[in-house]
Write a protein that binds this ligand. Structure first.
Ligand code: GDP
Length: 221
């Protein structure tokens, strides 16, 4: 089956030039709350970006790195917040949503199905959602659950980009990214846009913020 790439489908993101790095400064980053239904979420009047990945992929670290806050998203893990949509209001102009990690959720099958349904409903129905950032651990070979999730986003025509994490780590291998691309190209015509990041080294921060800034400018509620 051939998939139509989502609207951000592209080649690797070119590095942001130093003179462009002023793209976005995060002045305010406020936690708004943890929700389980769209009805509870803030009105969809501002652009929204959701971050998702398997548990332990480095999502909290990436959110902290992007916002320049040490413990905005709690690194490994705040009990109770792991199964909810966690909302942050950034610069009072856009929403960052920390979605539950998928993969090794230590919960019953019924609970897992419930929260997967909640997640899918949010991703399909949230009208101000501009882009999903799908985090992939660059230290390991392609994981079926990541490929399945990307394929599902593609089928639903939900715009997303990949974010490869932990590229500073000794276990990082460029071949993992190449193999991931190869695996994805079995079902896709082209590789969606992707970012190379390390929260430890702040690699990719300017590129991600500049990308969000660009989409914010196009947002029409
Ligand atoms: P989450 O479960 O996806 O929110 O992941 P966390 O942000 O809690 O990170 C999981 C583990 O990976 C922690 O031990 C982090 O210190 C580590 N980690 C996160 N980001 C990086 C990174 O950029 N480089 C390295 N080397 N380790 C990281």
């Amino acid at each position: 089956m051939e998939k139509i790439p989502p609207s951000h489908a592209n080649q690797p993101t070119p590095p942001v030039k130093p003179q462009e790095q002023r793209g976005m400064i995060i002045k305010y980053a406020n936690f708004l709350g943890s929700f389980t239904t769209i009805a509870q979420c803030p009105p969809p009047a501002k652009p929204e970006y959701a971050f998702i990945g398997r548990s332990n992929v480095g999502k909290s670290s990436l959110i902290n790195m992007l916002t320049g806050r040490n413990s905005l998203a709690h690194v490994s893990h705040t009990p109770g917040k792991t199964q909810t949509l966690n909302f942050y209001h950034i610069n009072e102009s856009w929403y960052l949503v920390d979605l539950p990690g998928y993969g090794f959720a230590k919960v019953s099958k019924t609970k897992r199905q419930e929260f997967e349904q909640m997640l899918r409903r949010y991703l399909q129905k949230r009208e101000n959602l501009q882009c999903v950032f799908l985090l992939i651990d660059s230290r390991i070979p392609p994981q079926q659950s990541d490929l399945d999730f990307a394929n599902w986003l593609g089928e639903m025509m939900i715009p997303f980009v990949f974010v490869f994490t932990k590229t500073d780590d000794r276990a990082f291998k460029p071949a993992n990214i190449d193999n991931f691309k190869q695996a994805l190209l079995e079902t896709w015509n082209e590789m969606p846009q992707y970012f190379i990041t390390s929260s430890r080294r702040t690699t990719g921060k300017a590129e991600l913020l500049s990308f969000i800034n660009g989409l914010n400018k196009q947002f029409a509620p």
